[in-house]
Design a protein around this ligand. Structure first.
Ligand code: ATP
Ligand code: MG
Length: 444
């Protein structure tokens, strides 16, 4: 709940009027109280990552364009049509606002030789940029949280990452999320499958849409990722990559499955799950919900053993995932509306002359962990007791701290309960503040 807006000091009537500016289309302001939900989610993620020994990495929001062109693949939705690319005005360098963070993490890991002393487990959170048609669950600036494990070849780390995401859904109380799993095998296996796939689509070329026809010879696997319902049948009858896997790839896949089975994590195998970037091999997975309409994928990831080499680093295996924060939060809101955060206490100040003592006391309270919202005067008046109590109520605070003149003269403040047992009040000595401050905190 917010206080009633107060009049700003008014500009001269003759001042020029400016056109109102708004945010870029598809890019959102995140305002209170909703921002509290973001912070809550981010806190949960930090704790969970620490428990899994994943460490935070922060890479620049702008990267050289070739990083994404080479890393994600030229014939991908992102590189073909979604990137915010521009030329550096000063030196003409081709730059791009990051559409995802895996390529940036991989660049940083290679650039700083981070794998010299063994594998690294990393996580990130932050904004990504894609020029897509804005709609529910799809924005031009959106936020991802991602986890990446680099330098580990084994299927146990694929499973660890899936279990990590799954633990996050449990921690957040998310329901109705299901896991889809597939294996993309290794390049040689994909090559054999690719030939069969092209043959199949050529046979049914009349059923392909324009995008698919264009990709038929450059990137036929991506056709399986189509969102066009008219192509469902031709895609469903296509040869399955999983049938082209050799022994080693199947063993890797089965190890992941065995761990998930043992941990009681349910999944379905989706042979058409290919993911949007070229860099994946072996395990790929998505967490999907039916509750968000067509933007139902909340998290996607997989293994990308060839990406580091592809962007010029020393070859090393890797696996990771990224989740869409907006989609996860929307799912959470659907299950339980967000609670507006409230301070522990609201400071009521009958006489503005007491402000120095009040603020000094609030400094002490806040240092002890109590959250306090202070009364602030309006332009026209300081505010009656009645209007201050109204604002205290609107703030959602559980207590009012009344800094009355008589109390202060005795070295005291009155603590009045505004919620449970509303009305009960007690005089508290400012000298004993550390003793009673703790009773104001909402967790007590
Ligand atoms: P989609 O198929 O929905 O376009 P994607 O395969 O492009 O997703 P990824 O690149 O795998 O998505 O990104 C991981 C997650 O980030 C997605 O599962 C989704 O939750 C989120 N995400 C991707 N693009 C957007 C967007 N434009 N707006 C909001 N969230 C997004
Ligand atoms: Mg996309």
């Amino acid at each position: 709940m917010s206080e009633k807006p107060q009049a700003a000091p008014s500009a001269a009537a003759s001042a020029p009027r400016f056109e109102k500016l708004s945010a870029v289309k598809g890019m959102n302001d995140i305002l209170p109280p909703e921002s509290a939900q973001w912070e809550w989610l981010e806190d949960k993620v930090r704790q969970l990552m620490a428990r899994h020994a994943y460490r935070n990495i922060r890479t620049p929001i702008v990267e050289p364009t070739p990083l994404f062109v080479r890393g994600l693949g030229e014939v991908t939705d992102i590189v073909e049509k979604e990137m915010y690319s521009f030329e550096d005005k000063l030196n003409g360098e081709a730059l791009t606002l990051r559409p995802e963070n895996t390529a940036g993490v991989v660049r940083a890991v290679a650039e700083h030789s981070m794998l010299y002393d063994g594998g690294k487990r990393l996580y990130y959170m932050g904004p990504m940029f894609r020029h897509e048609r804005p709609q529910r669950g799809r924005y031009r600036q959106f936020h991802q949280i991602g986890a990446e494990a680099l330098g580990f070849p084994g299927a146990e780390v694929d499973a660890e990452l899936i279990l990590l995401a799954n633990a996050l859904w449990q921690e957040l109380g998310l329901k109705d999320v299901r896991l889809e799993l597939n294996s993309l095998g290794q390049p040689a296996e994909r090559k054999a499958h690719r030939a069969a796939l092209i043959a199949h689509f050529e046979q049914h070329e009349a059923l392909l849409d324009e995008d698919a026809r264009r990709r038929l010879h450059s990137n036929p696997l991506r056709i399986l990722d189509t969102k066009n319902p008219a192509m469902r049948e031709v895609v469903e009858s296509a040869p399955r990559l999983i049938d082209f896997l050799g022994e080693a790839s199947l063993a890797h896949f089965n190890t992941v499955r065995g761990i998930l089975d043992a941990c009681g994590v349910a999944y379905t195998i989706n042979p058409r799950l290919v993911r949007g970037m070229d860099y994946y091999n072996l395990t790929v997975f998505e967490f999907i919900t039916e509750s968000l309409g067509s933007q139902g994928t909340i998290c996607g990831g997989g293994r990308y053993d060839y990406l580091i080499e592809q962007i010029g680093g020393k070859a090393a295996p890797a696996v990771g995932w990224a989740l869409g924060v907006e989609r996860v939060l929307e799912l959470l809101r659907e299950q339980a509306p967000a609670q507006a955060p409230a301070p522990d206490a609201y400071a009521i100040v009958p006489d503005a002359a007491a402000l120095p003592v009040v603020l000094k006391t609030l400094v002490q309270l806040r240092a002890l962990g109590v959250s306090v919202q202070m009364h602030a005067g309006a332009a026209e008046s300081w505010g009656s007791m009645k209007s201050q109590f109204k604002k205290a109520d609107a703030s959602g605070a559980r207590h009012a701290l009344i800094f009355g003149g008589d109390e202060l003269a005795r070295g005291e403040v009155t603590v009045k309960s505004l919620r449970d047992g509303a009305g009960a009040q007690q005089a508290r000595a400012l000298g004993d503040l550390p003793q009673w401050a703790i009773t104001l905190q909402s967790q007590n």
